[in-house]
Ligand binder design. Structure first.
Ligand SMILES: Cc1cc2nc3c(=O)[nH]c(=O)nc-3n(C[C@H](O)[C@H](O)[C@H](O)COP(=O)(O)OP(=O)(O)OC[C@H]3O[C@@H](n4cnc5c(N)ncnc54)[C@H](O)[C@@H]3O)c2cc1C
Length: 418
């Protein structure tokens, strides 16, 4: 946890928000010998990547995973010290004939296509393959996956849609083919993982060399071209300010800079099951059973270190629509795993509002660059992609803009892809 440094009256660079975007920006500046001061409204660093440890159980704020093949992650993180706990490289889904099957993304495309025969006809698979191949020629954001795959396609309803719903927290409609391809390749090459100490370990590692520059519980209430003002009225002058907040906060601090950004909202249940559930280290994305559940994961199987209590730690993400959504999710769990679910202990229910920006990044900025005013630079996942990779990338780009502004040249040093 960051200490509480004295609030300065002036700093060369002020960063608003200690999420991954703000921290990545500070890290690149730090590498180049430029110190920044970071004001964070909440009492922790990492923003959406939050973790609590209670009674021997590690709970991330919502089911989240880190993909070790994220190019930006490979720049910024030392994977070894994160002690990444791998998930299975695939998903478990419902079979139209009943039961469930697990599909490996693997490296081998032919084997993957062959394994699809249990859910789809050869012509359906061929059509989908052709669509994906044709999509290479499309421009960025040139086509949405769900529009390109035929509505009748079993591949779409059984695998692609539930997979995208799970990743994009219930909002699959606006995902472009390029995004799906990027994601799929990351899963195939590196799988998914959890840091042993929880997802917030990403933020702790990123900030370790400049923790003393982070001021927590410091909400910024106004931003001008050469200063920011905190909620208690304290003003800090700066040469450059980086606004590394989510799109809605950025829009309220700097009206007129962004178009409206739509966000998804997601719910998360954490339970303890006395026995392992039948998923191994795979993530189950239900498709054929009606209900709000997006993903089910046996975290104890993936990352035993997450649970020091008896039993298996189960994480469920769900669409929190309707007044009783979490009860409906529990009913769906019962329908899927049987009456044994009544013996599971419900440890935590959390609803995360404004979880992921769904609006395509190309439709967000009213200007063409992240420098939006005299000395005002933007960073945040909504500018690149709704992911850890997108947040880090936006922070790295913001640091370049800051350095161009301060010294006339972009970053001389950037973390290299490992
Ligand atoms: C439930 C959930 C699951 C996810 N799963 C995955 C996943 O599996 N894989 C993946 O790659 N990505 C996932 N993501 C997305 C990823 O976590 C985010 O894209 C990324 O963390 C966003 O980082 P950011 O820095 O852009 O924004 P944020 O994390 O929102 O950081 C913004 C920071 O600004 C602070 N702030 C706001 N207002 C002020 C103010 N006025 N003054 C000072 N500070 C302020 C906030 O407190 C926050 O710390 C998930 C997100 C959620 C919510």
């Amino acid at each position: 946890m960051a200490s509480k440094p004295k609030r300065p009256d002036a700093a060369p660079v002020v960063i608003v928000g200690a999420g991954l975007a703000g921290l990545a920006c500070a890290k690149v500046l730090d590498l180049n010998g430029i110190s920044s001061i970071i004001f964070e409204a909440s009492n922790h660093i990492g923003g959406k990547v939050a973790t609590t440890v209670t009674d021997g159980v590690t709970i991330d704020r919502g089911f989240q995973v880190y993909l070790p093949d994220y190019p930006e992650g490979r720049r910024f993180f030392d994977h070894e010290s994160l002690e990444l706990q791998p998930l299975f490289r695939g998903i478990t889904f419902d079979l139209p004939s009943g039961g469930r099957a697990t599909l490996s993304f693997g490296e081998d495309r032919i084997e993957f296509a062959k394994s699809l025969r249990y859910i789809s006809s050869p012509s359906d698979i061929l059509n989908a393959a052709r669509t994906i191949a044709r999509s290479r020629a499309l421009p960025q954001d040139g086509g949405q996956v769900m529009d390109l795959l035929a509505r009748s396609s079993a591949l779409r309803s059984t695998i692609v849609e539930p997979f995208l719903q799970g990743v994009y927290l219930g909002e699959a409609r606006r995902v472009s083919v390029q995004e799906l391809r990027f994601l799929w390749d990351r899963f195939r090459h590196g799988g998914a993982s959890l840091p042993a100490a929880g997802m917030n370990a990403l933020a702790q590692q990123l900030a370790s060399s400049f923790m003393e520059s982070i001021i927590l519980d410091a909400q910024v209430s106004a931003v001008a071209s050469r200063s920011i003002t905190l909620a208690d009225g304290h003003t800090v002058a700066s040469e450059v300010t980086v606004l590394a907040t989510s799109a809605d906060v950025t829009a309220s601090l700097l009206p007129g800079v962004l178009h409206d950004v739509v966000y998804s909202t997601v719910g998360a249940l954490t339970l303890i099951a006395p026995e392992p559930i039948d998923l191994g280290t795979s993530v189950y994305v239900p498709s054929l059973r009606p209900g709000p559940i997006l993903t089910v994961t046996d975290l104890s199987a993936v990352a035993p270190i997450y649970n020091r209590r008896a039993g298996h730690l189960v994480s469920v993400s769900y669409r929190p629509t309707g007044s009783n959504a979490h009860t409906t999710a529990l009913n769906q769990l019962r329908a899927t795993f049987g009456p044994v679910v009544d013996t599971w202990e419900l440890l935590d229910v959390t609803v995360i509002d404004k979880a992921l920006p769904i609006t395509p990044p190309s439709s967000v900025l009213r200007t063409s660059e992240n420098l939006v005013g005299d000395g005002l630079v933007l960073a945040g996942d909504y500018l690149e992609s709704a992911s850890i990779n997108g947040a880090l990338r936006s922070g790295r780009k913001a640091a370049r803009t800051v350095m161009e502004k301060i010294s006339g040249v972009g970053s001389r040093l950037e973390p290299r892809v490992k």
